[in-house]
Design a protein around this ligand. Structure first.
Ligand code: FNR
Length: 381
């Protein structure tokens, strides 16, 4: 592919360059994938009001997320196994985000560790935490995030159990990949990926090393999750984590107005309307459809962020118009990474920024902070 102009172009290139097991891991949802598809397709129903003869000089997409300045209202979502899309993937994505001026969120289930990313970046990144039964382990992870000067903790509440993704089971997903004949044959068609991987020592789960030595494939990851993740998790634990952390706290995985009110009471600084990119409860509403009722329930008490299905700057501005202070992108940056490494993540952010800027202008605005429902046609959202 010679010219890349859309996130879809990056997806196609990533599919060519990343071994099937890891491409499918990123590009899939749970069960029938209906929520995964709706996350994106529901954006298409929402229509803009086009305005004309407005002075469009001096446009700005700059804003803040939990008090931190950002170049546009977009952050990179936490994604597990990012370092298997491209060697040193978490480091490259964090560096691209840092240069661009948007937050990078490192997953608990990353390949590169908190320390690996901290050693290769100069600005604070965010750390995402899963709640595990072993409270001592959580305290140690939080301590490591503090030492690395992470500037926000993103606490994911929607993965106490694992949604089933058929492709991962069929592919025998594992990190590093199991060297079966089928996997070797597939990897031989991805020489760039293999060459980059040979140059790095990081092929396991960097943050949970020593805690999950027996995790080698999807079924052992499922049973490890069942053993380690806390089924008894409650809002009291969230308050305890907030006390341990002591910094900015963002609660991820809220899809219901009642849970949104609990998140406010728990003392969070922000919540993320998210169904985990359609990877957990298939049949849940799309995030963009869930957003308005959560905005109403929270009534401006804390920031509301959202993720799921953002594939363009137009999707970003629709979410902002409906009350999100900012959005996260998961797969779009993974496609960029798999396609072209750090340059691909930058390309992804460039594409989104450009689409966001032009759409804002077509709607007759010059500053992202002016955007509200007024840019949308009533009855389409
Ligand atoms: C995720 N997501 C995720 N969320 C989280 O809190 N911790 C994690 O480790 C992961 N891992 C993960 C891996 C992969 C491959 C994907 C695609 C997603 C969910 C992620 O943070 C985010 O909610 C979704 O990716 C948003 O949807 P889009 O942008 O991918 O459509």
């Amino acid at each position: 592919m010679s010219v890349i102009t859309t996130i879809e172009d990056l997806r196609v290139l990533a599919q060519q360059r990343v071994p099937r097991m890891f491409y499918d891991y990123a590009d899939s949802g749970s069960w029938t994938e209906s929520t995964y598809r709706a996350n994106n397709s529901d954006f298409a129903d929402i229509k803009f009001r086009q305005r004309v003869a407005v002075n469009l000089e001096n446009r700005s997409l700059k804003t803040t997320l939990i008090g931190q300045e950002v170049a546009m209202p977009v952050a990179l979502a936490p994604t597990g196994l990012t370092g298997m899309q491209h060697a040193d993937g978490e480091i490259l994505a964090a560096q691209a985000a840092e240069k661009f001026g948007v937050p990078f969120t490192l997953s608990t289930m990353s390949i590169c560790s908190i320390e690996d990313v901290a050693a290769n970046t100069t600005k604070p990144f965010w750390f995402q935490l899963y709640v595990m039964k072993d409270r001592g382990f959580i305290e140690r992870l939080i301590e490591r995030a503090k030492v690395a000067q992470c500037s926000a903790l993103v606490l994911t509440l929607d993965l106490q159990i694992l949604g089933q993704r058929h492709k991962d089971i069929r592919n025998g997903l594992s990190a590093p990949p199991k060297l079966t004949i089928a996997n070797i044959a597939n990897m031989m068609t991805k020489p760039r990926w293999c060459a980059a991987m040979l140059g790095t020592r990081r092929h396991g789960f960097g943050n949970i090393v020593g805690h999950a030595s027996d995790v080698s494939d999807m079924s052992s990851l499922s049973s490890w999750t069942a053993q380690q993740f806390d089924l008894a998790l409650s809002w009291k634990d969230v308050e305890w984590i907030k006390r341990c952390w002591g910094g900015k706290l963002i609660i991820k995985g809220i899809m219901d107005p009642e849970d949104a009110r609990y998140a406010v009471e728990s003392g969070a600084d922000a919540l993320i309307v998210s169904n985990h990119g359609g990877r957990q409860l298939d049949g849940a509403l799309s995030s963009i459809r869930a957003l308005p009722s959560i905005v109403d329930a929270v009534g401006g008490q804390i920031e509301i962020h959202m993720d799921g299905g953002i594939r363009s700057g137009q999707d970003v501005i629709k979410a902002v118009a409906l009350g999100a202070k900012g959005v996260y992108i998961g797969r779009p940056f993974l496609y960029g990474l798999g396609a072209m490494g750090q340059a691909g993540v930058t390309k992804c952010l460039d594409i989104i920024r450009n689409e966001l800027d032009l759409t804002m202008a077509f709607c007759g605005h010059t500053n992202i902070s002016q955007i509200d429902k007024g840019i949308l046609i009533p009855g389409t959202y």
